[in-house]
Design a protein around this ligand. Sequence first.
Ligand SMILES: CC(C)(COP(=O)(O)OP(=O)(O)OC[C@H]1O[C@@H](n2cnc3c(N)ncnc32)[C@H](O)[C@@H]1OP(=O)(O)O)[C@@H](O)C(=O)NCCC(=O)NCCS
Length: 158
Amino acid sequence: MKNKMDRSLSIIGPFKKSQSKYWKQIYELRYNIAIVEQQISKQDEFDDSDNENCCYFVGFLCDELIATCRVENDSESTDGSVARIERVAVKKEYRSRGFGRNIIDAAEDYIRMQKKYKKITITSQLQASKFYAKLGYSQFGEIKIIIGIPHIEMIKLI
Ligand SMILES: CC(C)(COP(=O)(O)OP(=O)(O)OC[C@H]1O[C@@H](n2cnc3c(N)ncnc32)[C@H](O)[C@@H]1OP(=O)(O)O)[C@@H](O)C(=O)NCCC(=O)NCCS
């Protein structure tokens, strides 16, 4: 029998919230990570961007949703050439097995396919910035405290 280490992630996406049968599971995963683990408020975690403007990716191990992220246009980009990846989350017991990288790779593949994008930005919690650096993102700007947590902007040219 295969153990957890042997399994690979099955990724589904992109899809919109309203089209998706997975929203409840995404909500549960993000609730447990952001609200329970990281003490972020529900209003901050489930913000206005969780609407039809963004699309979602999910990663399953068998029938368990263990990873997610969302993608949208960077609202600060005047020419629409910048995409943002947000709400990246991997279930605690499955971390450090490459699944975070897998879900970002899928989001990046989709972003590249859109052709209009030249850059991807991520507002990273400082504690996660080395994860994004491993995936080719560079820090820019100053550390900012957002919702009480130190964040740093990360960018990748595509
Ligand atoms: C950040 C997170 C998504 C990373 O997912 P993961 O599945 O553990 O990451 P991976 O196993 O794919 O790691 C890829 C690489 O980044 C490194 N890495 C991952 N998290 C790291 C961290 N916090 N600090 C330093 N390096 C890290 C891994 O060691 C690995 O390096 P390698 O390629 O040399 O082996 C996950 O820890 C998580 O969900 N954290 C809680 C939510 C969160 O903080 N989200 C980000 C908010 S901006």
